[in-house]
Design a protein around this ligand. Structure first.
Ligand SMILES: Cc1ncc(COP(=O)(O)O)c(C=O)c1O
Length: 466
């Protein structure tokens, strides 16, 4: 048997052990292949027989090889083929799926180049130094008490949320909140959840993965069409009342009341996605819907827009009826969210840096929004820019250029040819849901400061030629 073992550069024992293990792991030596006797392999390799015997013994103990007195040594059965190829491919797909084009005006991310690195690090340093030892052990699944306390105060002050630290559950991004709530709702008897259409497909998927049926909930200029909410008992609805994603409309006051009435009448709950509630430009932010009925509305906020999506930090204010089930779901999901980020966020908010960062960002994004509106009206006046009172994205209504729904994909392709990525509104609808008119969703918050102008220019050039 020619083994092609490369033993150069290491001690013979370590080299042989490594080479044989690698040969089995990679599948070069398949199950049941008989290995040479220790004597003959030692002679072939010019090393001591005992060295080979030791290595065979070691790899047999680890399960890579098998041997029986008098029958020699062979490659053990049941060794799964090496997964390296597959995992390399997965990670490539993963990174290429999220890798950003150079000029990126897709919605969903703030300008991550403006992440306040130095201030965040300073907060981390201070918080880690001051933290009690217990903070580094297994903590309450809801999160560090200090952070829950800070968040309860911040949410009351900045978003009008009515809650207490014991009702706050810190989680790993809004997506995990959907998984936890889906599981908890099912436990409480819910079978379905209505989600805004258009909305975020990933959030629908996370809810559906828990076994709930996810049904489309219509949105018009006043937010969700509350008369469409089902009258079945124990239902739930996911909505973005402060700034609908992606249409950008605010839930009308009468609909806020109607949604609450619906939840009360059906013993249902509303899941309030407050993803960008801090960014309102023309007047005071719309307060949280949750304040109207903390027993019927689960408030969910995230650091993904205010700081950075990579932090994977979000928080929920959970009604008492669902709290135990949410905690149980969090425990089996990941026990609790990592303490380093929790400690840092807590310090960041307490020190006032969070508010300062939001204020700076709000000013910057407002300027970008104004430039977007001005540039579009100069280069393509037939396009209406809507949903601009808040948030980090706007909707470009293309119906003045074409009524064909496929036009939005055409414009997305043409923009890509100019080097800029934008999203078609249709990508946010439920599969098969018709759209009223072609439109683009433009995330003006996404680019770095240096790439915002070229991205806007490329977009305007595309639209002026369309
Ligand atoms: C509508 C909406 N909700 C919530 C989020 C935040 O999600 P996460 O906290 O998982 O990053 C986003 C991010 O793009 C969003 O667009």
């Amino acid at each position: 048997l020619d083994l092609h073992l490369d033993l150069t550069g290491q001690q013979p024992r370590a080299a042989l052990e490594h080479a044989l293990r690698e040969a089995v792991q990679s599948g070069r030596l398949v199950a049941a292949v008989r290995l040479p006797s220790s004597r003959s392999l030692a002679a072939d390799l010019g090393i001591a027989r005992n060295t080979v015997a030791d290595v065979y013994e070691q790899l047999t103990a680890e399960g890579w090889l098998a041997s029986r007195q008098g029958s020699g040594t062979w490659v053990a059965d049941r060794i799964a083929p090496d997964d390296v190829g597959a995992s390399r491919m997965t990670s490539k797909i993963h990174t290429s799926g999220r890798s950003r084009p150079r000029l990126d005006l897709r919605p969903g991310s703030p300008d991550v180049a403006s992440f306040p690195r130095a201030r965040w690090l300073a907060a981390a340093r201070q918080a880690v130094q001051a933290a009690p030892d217990e903070a580094f052990g297994y903590i309450d699944p809801r999160g560090l008490p200090q952070l829950r306390h800070t968040l309860a105060q911040y949410l009351a002050r900045a978003r009008g949320v009515r809650t207490s630290p014991d009702r706050i559950v810190v989680c790993s991004g809004f997506v995990q909140a959907m998984s936890l709530l889906g599981t908890a709702l099912q436990r409480s008897g819910a079978t379905a959840v209505a989600a805004e259409s258009p909305g975020v497909g990933l959030h629908r998927d996370a809810l559906a993965a828990t076994g709930l049926a996810v049904t489309p909930l219509c949105v018009d200029g006043g937010g969700i069409v509350t008369s469409d909410l089902s009258l079945s008992e124990g239902s739930a609805a996911l909505l973005t009342p402060a700034h609908q994603f992606p249409l950008g409309v605010v839930l009308r006051p009468d609909r806020r009341e109607a949604a609450i009435d619906w939840a009360r009448e059906t013993s249902g709950v509303l899941i309030e996605d407050d993803y960008d509630g801090e960014f309102r430009y023309d007047r005071q932010p719309v307060g949280a819907l949750q304040a109207l009925d903390p027993a019927r509305v689960i408030f969910v906020g995230t650091a993904s827009k205010t700081l950075a999506p990579g932090l994977r930090l979000a928080w929920m204010a959970v009604p008492s009826t669902l709290l135990d089930a949410v905690i149980a779901a969090k425990r089996v999901s990941d026990l609790h969210t990592g303490v380093m980020e929790q400690l840092t966020l807590s310090r960041f908010i307490e020190s006032g840096e969070y508010d300062r960062h939001i204020r700076r960002s709000r000013l910057k994004y407002r300027k970008r929004r104004d430039r977007l509106v001005d540039s579009i009206s100069a280069s393509a006046p037939q396009i209406r820019v809507t949903g601009i009172s808040a948030g980090l994205h706007a909707v470009l209504d293309l119906s003045g250029m074409s009524t064909s729904m496929s036009f939005e994909d055409e414009v997305v392709s043409r923009a890509a040819a100019q080097g800029v990525a934008v999203s078609a509104l249709g990508t946010f609808r439920f599969a098969g849901e018709p759209g009223a008119h072609p439109a683009l969703v433009v995330g003006y918050g996404t680019p770095s400061d240096s790439s915002f102008s070229p991205a806007l220019e490329a977009l305007c050039q595309t639209l002026s030629m369309a």
